[in-house]
Design a protein around this ligand. Structure first.
Ligand code: H79
Length: 430
């Protein structure tokens, strides 16, 4: 047993990148935020934002009845969009469990849903060949022993520590920790192989909680013992990769800022409209172009994108989400070779104006994502002479002819614009 432990925690960099390879190749996943807040339909932090008491929140528990929940449909939509993994909120900050935990009554089986929704999610996504991940909130606004801080519904905004001491009298984080460990053990024991664990979040200091509160090292050790292959995010407040987490998690950052993560292992998590939970009246939806740009920008900087859907309380994807997923599916069908297995291009390839590059090191193909097609129909590739064997449009494998002009190659663009928001050129490198 000692040997196994040693092997698990002294993984070489090579062993680690091998363990992560399916995930770094996949590049694109689906996040699913679903819980009681889906009924409020005004942000998953509604209990905190509106300082709702557990009693005021109870109506969402009593009325949770997802009569249209058919995770097979979700899985098919994720698959069609080209997503290779999916991560579901088994418990968000509100503390409600979508799974049948034996450590709480605050769970889906005790609502009108009467089912273990996590089990059905796992089965349905596995059946579609999609890898399965669990989001689990470290915060818990329901568990009575979880101590209150500024991230809690009953927060005290001036940070008055005496007031916190008073409100936290009788609360015992040691008991919460037991609960946390027990539930993570349940999730990683009762549902077969789990590919990803997405723990959320630490905010060390007096306004929040960090590794001492979660006993992060011990927790991670248990996780790796239960699921040696699992891929774990970086939100346990541990120092760096040597502490054992697997990837960085830039949340809702802009496409332009992704360049600074080059060389790390990372996944940016993004929403369609700002909120993670279903938000009926939100109007700040991104465009298809913005979503595609987030995907391409992630890959062209060597990272993953996990795009979130917030299903309704009836258990369906919102019509706007479906429409966006359909558009992504249309693009991915024709262009996913520029995504899977790709990363940033070697520095020696100049980036033409109006384009972003991705590169597949295994097939040695370079992808030029055409945000703009030059008006004169000629794409100038500076310094590419002698570097390419063949060029084609990716969506239909139609040859793109080129001529040499000194050190430059001039690639002849199609006269009729391909029917994709961002068409892609595929270059076979020498
Ligand atoms: O699950 C989704 C979000 O609900 C959750 N992570 C994604 C995946 C999340 N939301 N916010 N955060 C994580 C970060 C929290 C930021 C904070 Fe604050 C800023 C905590 C303290 C300062 C704003 C002010 C929110 C609470 C107080």
């Amino acid at each position: 047993a000692q040997n196994t432990t040693k092997q698990l925690f002294n993984e070489t960099a090579q062993q680690k990148s091998h363990r992560l390879q399916w995930w770094t190749d996949a590049r694109f996943g689906m996040f699913i935020h679903w819980g009681l807040y889906s009924e409020a339909a005004r942000h998953e932090w509604v209990k905190n934002r509106e300082r709702l008491t557990t009693q005021q929140y109870q109506k969402y528990f009593d009325n949770f009845d997802p009569d249209h929940f058919e995770p097979k449909k979700w899985a098919k939509e994720a698959k069609a969009a080209g997503m290779k993994y999916a991560v579901l909120t088994t418990k968000h900050h509100e503390g409600f469990c979508l799974f049948d935990s034996k450590y709480t009554d605050y769970k889906a089986t005790n609502t009108p849903a009467h089912r273990d929704l996590v089990r059905e999610f796992v089965d349905a996504f596995r059946a579609e060949g999609i890898k399965v991940g669990f989001y689990y909130s470290l915060l818990d606004w329901h568990y009575p022993d979880y101590t209150i801080d500024r991230n809690h519904p009953q927060r005290i905004d001036n940070g008055d520590s005496l007031a916190y001491a008073k409100i936290n009298q009788g609360r015992d984080m040691e008991k919460y920790r037991k609960y946390l460990f027990n539930q993570v053990r349940e999730l990683l024991t009762n549902y077969g192989k789990i590919d990803i664990l997405w723990l959320d979040f630490s905010f060390p200091g007096k306004n929040g909680k960090g590794h001492q509160d979660w006993h992060s090292k011990e927790l991670l050790k248990m996780i790796r013992q239960l699921q040696p292959e699992i891929i774990v995010d970086n939100r346990l407040d541990l120092n760096d990769y040597s502490d054992g987490y697997d990837f960085e998690t830039p949340e809702q950052v802009s496409a332009q800022t992704l360049a600074k993560y080059r060389g790390k292992v990372w996944e940016t998590c993004q929403t369609f409209s700002g909120s993670w939970g279903y938000y009926r009246d939100e109007t700040s939806w991104k465009t298809n172009h913005q979503l595609l740009d987030l995907l391409i920008s992630s890959v062209s900087n060597g990272g993953n994108l996990i795009l979130n859907v917030g299903p309704t309380a009836r258990g369906e994807f919102d019509y706007r989400a479906v429409s966006h997923l359909d558009s992504i599916a249309y693009w991915m069908h024709a262009n996913n070779r520029a995504i899977y297995g790709c990363t940033f291009a070697p520095d020696s390839y100049q980036v033409p104006d109006g384009t972003k590059l991705t590169y597949n090191p295994t097939t040695k193909r370079l992808y030029i994502c055409l945000y703009d097609i030059p008006e004169n129909g000629k794409l100038k590739l500076t310094g590419y002479t002698g570097k390419i064997k063949y060029a084609q449009l990716l969506n239909d494998a139609s040859e793109l002819t080129y001529t040499q002009q000194g050190q430059d190659l001039i690639l002849n663009m199609p006269k009729v614009r391909p029917p994709y928001d961002i068409p892609v050129v595929e270059l076979f490198l020498q």
